[in-house]
Design a protein around this ligand. Sequence first.
Ligand code: HEC
Length: 170
Amino acid sequence: MRLLKQLFWVFLTLGILFGILELFMFDIIKIDWVSFMEIQPSYRPMEDPLPPPSQSVPVEGAIVIPGMGAPENPTTADDASLARGAELFAINCQMCHGADGAGSGPVAPFLIKFKPADLTSAVAQSKSDGSMFLTITNGVDGRMPALNENLTVSERWDVVNFLRTLKPAE
Ligand code: HEC
């Protein structure tokens, strides 16, 4: 009996101590611990977006001016542009459109409803540079993702220049 009584008090004290500890653990009583990462001048998402510096102008120009139709290609298809385009195509497009552009990339079998377009085809090549640019920018609704966040404006033009070099396999 005595032992049970003693055990009761031991567990009660431990329980109360643990309970008090818990108040701090779950921030019911909040202590400002010194923590490191969050103590810094930083912006959280959606908080006060920084305005662009005064007098700055976008170097790449407006992407598309509504009502003005497809944009003109400002980038000449020189070796540097084509090399950049080939690399960007390998990173952003090849998994669907395939290394040769014919539409049989490794992801293509998993696209059930709409297969990636054959970019070497006469139909695809008949599109203007501006129209290809807009396809990359906006994607094709429910078929191809918009890649405007993956590629800057000038990178998209480099890819367009590269698309022009794709030829159907003989
Ligand atoms: C997730 C797979 C996927 C990725 C990644 C992808 N595409 Fe596509 N793309 C498609 C599909 C699917 C279509 C066909 C849409 C349709 O049926 O109209 C398409 C269509 C196109 C067309 C239109 C062809 C035409 O005949 O008008 C162009 C141009 C094109 N893609 C270029 C690109 C480029 C350039 C990239 C990389 C920057 C890219 N795509 C990345 C899946 C993809």
